[in-house]
Design a protein around this ligand. Structure first.
Ligand SMILES: Nc1ncnc2c1ncn2[C@@H]1O[C@H](COP(=O)(O)OP(=O)(O)OP(=O)(O)O)[C@@H](O)[C@H]1O
Ligand SMILES: CC(C)(CO)[C@@H](O)C(=O)[O-]
Ligand code: BAL
Length: 418
């Protein structure tokens, strides 16, 4: 079978693009609640990107050449029916018949380095949709210039293996409406066709900004983060044109930003939030960045979750005042810091608390008292610092164990739900 001529691909894309009343063509959409997602590694790169980005993405490309496929969308992940799509026309060509057939398409956006949190989002998407598209793209625009873009974990082969295995499970399990139909793994040139605008705060280009929510909390420490997320998600939504998109509760502020994006730009898509998947042993939220930790820091990385849990306990016992709720969390963190400071450099773990917040669930604005009808969001971020002195043969984590920022949150449910 030959691929269709490129003009046919472009024509299909144009037809889809000019269909503005997508909601009218859709089958009924079930209201959903929550659960989790998926991803694969990057394979970015582009002639138009700065040299620094080029070298990084070139390296990542070669690591997954075995299953990368060609640009016309006819490639599949090894031993599976999952299509590997790398270009916008290929994606649109794949998408078009499902629109005409009234089959629902879900998008699970990821940056690869898949773990059980991603897989949980994909499972949920497959239960509720005929087709699941998993995007795997490490979006440089959401990384600050001093952040970890270059060392961000890239595990293409493992990601592919996890997706193929999950897809077989989905096929064997009669509970699902659909399966993983495609992986969208574009280059940066594909995602930023006018040239990558850069990672600087004052970079010029076509950006989507969602303020003030995107300036708070995570946005204060990572001033270009939500601009990058909103911009790439707007692109992904326009490219895939999914009926539903799946995001993890672990990145709670991101979910608020995405809901705003969809509402404020009247995007015809339903946002579904999947629960945070945690280590069954100690409750640490699964995160691609956990691989940076190494065993020693991993052991203490639960401090944030423990602090949030302590605060949640106070709320559940009837307390509504910020000072008391957050006081408990802060005290726990200070206790752990004191305990660690008494150890020697070959034993201790150092970390800095970035913030612990009690915020309104719709705006992420700090609140003084929890409105029992609305509940609230307890969230926080800590920076795990590199170990001061490695023990002999100690595994310090991916990339030599650099400083790693971890986030977590707990929803304080409205009173009637308790
Ligand atoms: N533990 C988790 N449970 C549920 N969803 C998750 C979890 N971790 C990440 N996700 C979701 O998966 C999607 C893709 O996230 P991403 O690829 O950035 O992984 P990540 O683990 O959050 O990575 P990072 O360590 O860079 O924050 C996002 O919607 C994110 O919220
Ligand atoms: C949503 C996302 C894939 C956009 O790059 C990223 O922010 C993430 O992985 O959460
Ligand atoms: N999980 C959110 C993506 C990021 O931190 O860059």
């Amino acid at each position: 079978m030959h691929p269709p001529p490129r003009c046919a691909v472009v024509a299909a894309a144009l037809i889809r693009h000019t269909t503005t009343t997508t909601t009218l063509l859709r089958p009924a959409i079930l209201k959903t609640t929550s659960r989790a997602a998926v991803s694969l590694p990057p394979r970015s790169v582009q002639a138009a990107s700065p040299p620094r980005l080029q070298s990084r993405t070139m390296a990542s490309s070669s690591s997954c050449s075995s299953s990368r496929g060609n640009a016309n969308g006819l490639s599949k992940l090894p031993s599976s029916p999952i299509r590997l799509l790398r270009t916008v026309p290929a994606l649109r060509l794949w998408r078009r018949p499902h629109l005409l057939d009234h089959r629902t398409v879900a998008l699970v956006p990821t940056m690869g380095a898949l773990h059980a949190g991603h897989l949980s989002l994909i499972r949920q998407a497959a239960r509720e949709n005929h087709h699941v598209v998993v995007s795997i793209y490490v979006n440089p625009a959401q990384f600050g210039i001093a952040e970890d873009l270059d060392s961000y974990p890239k595990t293409w082969d493992s990601d592919v293996a996890q997706l193929v295995k999950l897809d077989r499970e989905l096929a064997d399990d009669g509970q699902n409406l659909g399966r993983i139909s495609a992986v969208f793994a574009p280059t940066t040139q594909e995602m930023y066709p006018g040239g990558f605008p850069g990672q600087e705060i004052d970079s010029k280009g076509s950006f989507v900004t969602i303020t003030p929510v995107g300036e708070r909390l995570e946005g204060r420490t990572r001033p270009t983060f939500f601009r990058g997320v909103a911009t790439v998600c707007m692109k992904l939504f326009n490219i895939v044109q999914p009926e539903r998109v799946y995001f993890g509760q672990k990145d709670v502020q991101q979910t608020v930003v995405i809901k705003r994006l969809v509402r404020d730009f009247a995007m015809p898509v339903e946002v579904v939030i999947g629960r945070t998947e945690r280590d069954p042993g100690d409750g640490l939220a699964l995160s691609s960045r956990n691989v940076y930790l190494g065993e020693r820091r991993r052991g203490r990385a639960t401090v944030l979750y423990e602090a949030l849990r302590a605060a949640e306990g106070v709320y559940k016992r009837g307390e509504r005042r910020r000072g008391v709720i957050l006081g408990v969390a802060n005290m726990l963190v200070q206790d752990v810091l004191r305990e660690e400071s008494r150890k020697g450099p070959e034993e201790r773990v150092r970390f800095e608390l970035d913030y612990i917040s009690l915020a309104d669930p719709d705006t992420m604005e700090e609140i003084e008292v929890v409105d029992p009808a609305k509940g609230g969001i307890l969230s926080g971020a800590i920076k795990m610092l590199p170990v001061e002195k490695a023990r002999e043969g100690e595994d310090l984590g991916h990339s030599g164990g650099p400083a790693v920022r971890l986030i977590d949150n707990i929803i304080l449910e409205p009173e009637e739900k308790n």
